[in-house]
Design a protein around this ligand. Structure first.
Ligand code: KIV
Ligand code: ZN
Length: 386
């Protein structure tokens, strides 16, 4: 089995399904170009049948963004599939991504179809898509709540019909890592013809487990991970791709897997998606949050100044952040304080430093974060003029 994990980005489709988010064509193109620079393997550009605007944006991305596969989503019916192809046919590499639900709860209440009817619709959809492109992905919506034997039958049938990627969505973010890992393993073992397809996962974050579930899946044989930048998406969002990729990269010792990600473009991609969607990134967000490489406590700052790896498992430069950031606050120590003053051009005597540090500590008791301007004021007004 290959050690390469393909990264499928759905920021422009599932990500855009985040409540309150709506991107225009220019914004979608900007994000798509950045995703190509980031080195994602597949960009899911949209769901063309849903609106003329979505169709036009998918078409523009397919025409203009090179060096990456462009996918369009389609339900398992001919109208959606024909529309998806119309939108992506000018892509350098085009993928049709078709889906239908497979859980009994979706069959009964949403589709009002029986299991055999769903298999038939899935197979017909894949065959239709296959007329247009060799690259066809099939997703079994709500796979993680589907009966395993039935799901394996569905996957075997669509592989036989020509699907090259079979996707296992945890649509409602219900799975837990051990369970999802076992589920993927059982699909790999129980689906005839599985060796002809790439197994993909698509995890939602309702229980905050999307990244953990995705990693458990690749540990059990999945070789495509779907997700979004900053983890945006329907409800609580999708697996955050920057976390999945940095998890694989940082723990290569554990997984032995690689991606085609240009990790140095991660931070820029995160900023762009945040500013264009209007969805802020929480400060303590892993990998791309404002505090992800910030150290406040004196013990941590001292450690990082002596040797970065004491408290940093990733090099901030690897994700495109200039350097780790020592935040001066009431927990900071003398070492970090002195370093910051040196950076600001103040080389104080020991006596001046003691005095300045005492002033800094009393200010830090009143003010959460001490800025460079505060430090300048302490040194210029209170120390240099004594
Ligand atoms: O969450 C989901 O099941 C989806 C599918 C369309 C892949 O987004
Ligand atoms: Zn989804």
């Amino acid at each position: 089995m290959s050690n390469r994990v393909y990264i499928f980005d759905t920021t422009l489709r599932d990500g855009e399904q985040s409540p309150g988010v709506s991107l225009n064509m220019t914004e979608k193109l900007k994000i798509a170009r950045q995703l190509a620079r980031l080195g994602v393997d597949i960009i899911e550009a949209g769901f063309p049948i849903t609106s003329p605007g979505d169709f036009a944006a998918v078409q523009a991305i397919a025409r203009e963004v090179r060096g990456v596969t462009v996918a369009a989503l389609a339900r398992a019916n001919f109208k959606d599939i024909d529309g998806a192809w119309e939108a992506i046919k000018e892509a350098e590499q085009a993928r049709i991504h078709t889906f239908i639900a497979t859980s009994d709860i979706h069959l009964k209440y949403k589709l009002r179809k029986d299991r055999e009817q769903v298999i038939e619709a899935a197979v017909e959809a894949v065959k239709r898509a296959k007329k247009y492109t060799a690259d066809v992905e099939f997703s079994a919506e709500d796979a993680s709540r589907s009966d395993l034997d039935y799901l394996c039958r569905v996957f075997a049938a669509v592989i036989e019909a020509g699907a090259t990627v079979i996707n296992v969505p945890d649509t409602v973010g219900y799975s837990t890592p051990e369970e999802f890992g076992r589920f993927i393993k059982a699909i790999m073992e129980g689906t005839p013809g599985i060796e002809k397809a790439i197994v993909s996962v698509h995890c939602h974050d309702d229980l905050g487990l999307a990244v953990a579930n995705s990693l458990a899946a690749v540990a059990n044989g999945a070789r495509q991970v779907e997700g979004t930048i900053n983890g945006i998406g329907e409800r609580a969002g999708n697996a955050a791709l920057e976390e999945v990729v940095m998890g694989l990269y940082t723990r290569k010792d554990l997984y032995g897997l690689s991606t085609g990600f240009n990790t140095r473009e991660i931070y820029r991609s995160s900023r762009l998606v945040s500013s264009l969607t209007g969805m802020p990134v929480q400060p303590n967000k892993a990998v791309v949050g404002k505090n992800a490489f910030a150290h406040e406590s004196g013990i941590h700052q001292d450690g990082v100044l002596k040797e970065r790896t004491t408290y940093e498992i990733m090099n901030p430069e690897m994700v495109g952040i200039a350097a780790s950031n020592l935040v001066l606050g009431k927990h900071s120590g003398r070492h970090a304080f002195r370093e910051r003053l040196l950076e600001l051009g103040y080389n104080l005597t020991n006596e001046e430093l003691n005095l300045a540090f005492a002033r800094f500590k009393s200010l830090a008791d009143k003010k959460k974060e001490i800025t460079d301007q505060d430090l300048q004021a302490i040194v210029e007004d209170e120390i240099k003029h004594i």
